[in-house]
Design a protein around this ligand. Structure first.
Ligand code: C2O
Ligand code: CU
Length: 551
């Protein structure tokens, strides 16, 4: 195993992600940030310097469990203090499990501003993946707005609330095409696929009769995506860094925070090229598809495919979305979950009002992060750092999830769900109707520091008596992100076996910003040697300044 050293500088810079010039967040002058490639067992060591002139920054390593390094999880106010302008923070952590991951900003809405990149962990030398492939492509998907993330933040925090709307463009590895047309008869500008313009998509050059692994990760701020490759079937083999029982599909759904590996065999007519199309599902968006080309050797990459790109399945065919989610099972040999749980949280997701501000709340509490990172304040038992009361474990039995909330008001809070070490925790994520009108949205929930087993999905309100026996405890898939469907529930199980403080939240950035998350903690007393740079702010900063204790 190796230690891989990186020196990164984060800054705002000009870029043209979708051919329109804008300001993006870059790392070492690149957008998206550099790809990290490592082998399982390696240590990643990133010295991250904040070159932004007026705001803090942190980077979260999405999907990496941070065993024994909870301070390197990169969550502002949770695992560390935001890194101040001009300062450098060293992220040093082990990547213990092969898989497809990514990293992204976790402060304010910096993910929306373009702070993200790929993190690929290969199997260690001498070990093999449980499948074969000849070549690999990494596709990091995102969505892009022309309005700045600062502007978006202000809109979301205004009274009355202003929604940010749908993205202008979808990006593949940071490249997209704003408002262009494939047809020559249109008055819109032609899309650019030749590969020499900076915003032209990365073309996938393949040889006939080979198998390729596509590693696909979604870092979108909002969009739920669907990816299809014209004339080609995909075999899904990995989800969120866990092997799955392979299954074949014509297209895959991918929600923000998820990653998949699919195998594609290039067994089609090599005298032409094929579209790869990514479109939005789950929301009624008019954002055009992101397109790129699967280019068969020896056909020229400049030959556009002779037929139109695959059409994205209907945005509101949730039956179809559910049936995709339910095709995921763990590959044989994956650890099965403990047969029973010790503690069950039933978390109701609602849209609410707080003093007229529109928020999201969990069991009527909308998350606001404290100024002192939890990891330090819990470890050093500091008073008044966050709400001492544990947040509610469930919601009232009378709540009708199919209707707008009767009492639309909720409260803000910063309380923590504390778990005993090695407690088996079940979480039932319960969806509900939004504030106004009759609808319910999709929310992909992501857990830091752990993988969980996805025990099942259901419609309407979870009813333990009726639904418990339908849960799959035999071969459920392990993931770190799972979606709740409109008006539905999703049941998860995990073992609280990783000392630290961990966010569990909706991966839709504006939703998280509006309070859609909770904080979990376990075994913090066992966390030793938190680097002082991680906690030199708020009350822990004061503590460090007034004592000489080595921490
Ligand atoms: Cu990728 Cu807390 O998020
Ligand atoms: Cu959400």
């Amino acid at each position: 195993a190796k230690v891989r050293h990186y020196k990164w500088e984060v800054e705002y810079m000009y870029g043209s992600p979708d051919c329109i010039e804008n300001v993006v967040m870059g790392i070492n002058g690149q957008f998206p940030g550099p790809t990290i490639r490592a082998q399982a067992g390696d240590t990643i060591d990133v010295a991250l310097t904040n070159k932004l002139s007026t705001e803090g920054v942190v980077i979260h390593w999405h999907g990496i469990r941070q065993k024994e390094t909870p301070w390197a999880d990169g969550t502002a106010s949770i695992s560390q203090c935001a890194i101040n302008p001009g300062e450098t923070f060293r992220y040093r952590f082990k990547v213990d499990k092969p898989g497809t991951y990514f990293y992204h900003g976790h402060y304010g809405m910096q993910r929306s501003a373009g702070l993200y990149g790929s993190l690929i962990v290969e199997v260690e030398d001498g070990k093999r993946e449980p499948f074969h492939y000849d070549g690999e492509f990494d596709l990091l998907l995102s969505d892009w707005w022309h309005q700045s993330s600062h502007h978006q933040e202000v809109s979301l925090s205004s009274k009355p609330f202003r929604w940010i709307g749908e993205p202008q463009s979808l990006l593949i590895n940071g490249r997209g095409q704003f408002n262009c047309s494939l047809s020559s008869s249109s008055t819109l500008p032609k899309c650019r696929f030749r590969g020499n313009e900076p915003c032209a998509p990365q073309i996938l050059h393949v040889l006939p009769n080979k198998t390729y692994r596509l590693r696909i990760a979604s870092s979108t701020a909002l969009a739920s995506l669907n990816l299809a490759i014209q004339n080609h079937t995909m075999l899904v083999v990995e989800a969120d860094g866990n092997y799955v029982k392979p299954f074949a599909v014509q297209d895959i759904d991918i929600y923000s925070g998820e990653s998949y590996s699919v195998l594609v065999t290039t067994d089609q007519d090599p005298s032409r090229n094929y579209w790869i199309a990514i479109g939005i599902r789950g929301r009624n968006a008019t954002t055009p598809q992101a397109l790129t080309i699967l280019n068969y050797h020896p056909t020229s990459a400049s030959h556009l495919p002779p037929s139109p790109p695959p059409v994205t399945p209907l945005w509101n065919d949730f039956q179809r979305s559910q049936s995709f989610a339910q095709k995921l099972y763990a590959l044989m040999g994956t650890p099965a979950p403990p047969a029973t749980f010790h503690r069950r949280l039933v978390l109701l997701n609602t849209q609410n009002l707080i003093n007229g501000f529109t928020k999201w709340a969990i069991n009527n509490v909308s998350l606001t992060l404290p100024s002192t990172p939890y990891l330090g304040s819990i470890k050093y038992k500091l008073q008044n750092a966050f709400d001492p009361k544990s947040p509610p474990e469930s919601f009232t039995a009378e709540y009708d999830v199919m209707k707008p909330p009767v009492n639309p008001n909720s409260v803000t809070g910063s309380g923590v769900y504390m778990f005993e070490m090695n407690q088996v925790v079940d979480v039932i994520l319960q969806n509900a109707n939004v504030l106004k009108g009759r609808s319910s949205e999709i929310h992909p929930w992501h857990l830091h520091g752990h993988d969980f087993w996805v025990l099942g999905y259901g419609e309407g309100k979870f009813d333990a008596k009726r639904d418990e026996k339908k849960l799959n405890t035999k071969n459920p898939v392990m993931k770190n992100t799972a979606v709740i469907f409109p008006y539905g529930w999703t049941a998860l199980r995990f073992v609280a076996d990783n000392p630290g403080v961990w966010a569990f939240h909706c991966h839709i950035e504006p939703h998280l910003h509006m309070g859609m998350g909770v904080i979990f903690a376990e075994g913090v007393d066992q966390v030793n040697s938190i680097p002082s740079e991680a906690i030199t702010c708020g009350l822990t900063g004061k503590m460090l300044a007034t004592t000489n204790t080595t921490v």
